[in-house]
Design a protein around this ligand. Sequence first.
Ligand SMILES: [Zn+2]
Length: 147
Amino acid sequence: MVLHLTHLLNLPGVIVDSWDSDENSVCFHLRILAEGMDCPHCSNYTEELHQIRPIVVRDLPACGKDVYLKVPRRQFYCCICQRYITERLKFIDWRRKYTQRYEESIYYQVNNLHIEQVCQQEHLSVAEVKNIVNYLNRRRQNKKRIN
Ligand SMILES: [Zn+2]
């Protein structure tokens, strides 16, 4: 476990286990601290791990390098509902391949720079940047509707 990097990363419920990097990017390998999760259907707490599939998501850049997080996506089994349930992490929205803070940062940049500048800076395609902006616009509209 890399204690200083965990503090630096500043994300809830995870620690940095190890990391690797190349010329342009760095990848932090994360471990989740919680042993189990509450079932979203019946609230039963379960630690019955069914499978782990690592996913890689983009996070805010550091020291001039693109940053990626390798995160274990864990699936548990709830013996009450007899269902497999997938853990959700606080800092990544469901099925997104970026952290929330990274998507917020792109959204902010697009409001202040030309989209081409953002693409160049972040090494993202126009389609990827538009996908983030549209996603956050939709999420904000949904929030307004709920409130
Ligand atoms: Zn359940």
